[in-house]
Design a protein around this ligand. Structure first.
Ligand code: A3P
Length: 311
């Protein structure tokens, strides 16, 4: 029975029509014309905008929530929630999903014009799609978060089972193949991460990792504070770190999970495990070895090292 439903999921998954632009995959939720015409080149950046960028399931929501606790960002309110402005939605086809339409349309209308500065902007877009040069002209600051690929793959597998009623769901075996071949939403992960991680201070980009945040959150808060020129006492830093722990965040999902009701089957499970190394509960030895061979080696060649286990 389980096998049957896995097959059904994979059969359903294989019908999702991706298109490629500048080496990255876009799902049918994106408007091909907007993507191909670089619609983001006309996005109106403002001085003071802060961007959180990262591949999905790398801790982007956590980082946004942390930033909200650190500074007063202009935000969009939606049913009691506060939303970052989602840059990616400016490339979406607003007619494709009824469950997202209201939220996307509202963000497009209000996001550029009505929310006050400083704006918090979130994106999962790959670097060639992100309008970095335009952002730099307004001194926009970008914080890029990355996470070890095995935990990203395991987290994606679970998340996609319940997003949009399983629209992107596949079996675990298929998820491994997809992750490695790059044929996934926003993929390939490897190029996404390698390209973003080349950026640094001269591009107004700060690099953080999920694992660093898990290991010493106060240290990361200090680092971000310095980057954004926000003065924070040790006491305040410790309070923010506490408020942003997985346990505390589980109690207030409505504050940071920005998708409208129905987009995720059970939004209270958004923080699933929130740990380093849960991939070990998901991967077979052979699958882990494939990741080592096909991803880890390539990361090493690019001077990138991730932490796969808690210290
Ligand atoms: P897991 O599925 O491994 O638990 P994103 O927001 O980029 O989609 O990333 C989601 C991942 O970040 C999930 O990972 C989620 O649990 C984790 N996460 C969110 N808030 C967290 C927190 N306060 N502490 C640790 N992990 C957190």
């Amino acid at each position: 029975m389980a096998e049957h439903s896995e097959q059904a999921r994979d059969a359903r998954w294989s019908t999702v029509q991706y298109f490629e632009h500048k080496g990255f995959n876009f799902s049918p939720h994106f408007d091909k014309q907007k993507v191909e015409n670089d619609a983001l080149s006309t996005f109106q950046w403002r001085n003071g905008d802060v961007v959180v960028s990262g591949f999905p399931k790398s801790g982007t929501t956590w980082l946004c929530y942390l930033l909200r606790n650190m500074a007063d960002f202009g935000i969009i309110y939606s049913g009691g929630r506060s939303e970052a402005l989602i840059l990616d939605w400016f490339l979406m086809d607003t007619h494709i999903r009824t469950d997202l339409r209201g939220q996307v349309t509202r963000q497009l209308q209000e996001g550029q014009l009505e929310i006050v500065s400083p704006r918090l902007i979130k994106t999962h877009l790959a670097l060639p799609i992100f309008p970095l040069e335009q952002a730099k002209t307004k001194s926009v600051k970008v914080i890029h978060i990355s996470r070890n690929p095995k935990d990203v793959a395991a987290s994606s597998y679970h998340f996609y089972q319940s997003l949009f009623g399983g629209f992107y769901a596949s079996s675990w075996e298929k998820t491994v193949d997809t992750f490695l071949s790059g044929r996934m939403l926003y993929g390939p992960w490897l190029q996404h991460v390698v390209q973003w991680k080349k950026l640094g201070p001269k591009d107004n980009v700060l690099q953080v990792t999920y694992e660093e945040m898990k290991t010493d959150l106060p240290l990361v808060i200090h680092k971000i504070g310095q980057f954004l020129s926000i003065q924070l006492s040790n006491d305040v830093v410790n309070k923010i770190a506490l408020a942003c722990s997985a346990d505390e965040m589980k109690k207030c999902v409505h504050k940071y999970f920005i998708m409208d009701k129905g987009v995720l089957d059970d939004e209270s499970k958004f923080i699933r495990k929130g740990v380093i190394g849960d991939w070990k509960n998901q991967f077979l030895v052979a699958q882990s070895e494939r990741f080592d061979e096909e991803i880890e080696r390539n990361l090493q060649e690019n001077g990138i090292k991730f932490q796969y286990e808690p210290l």
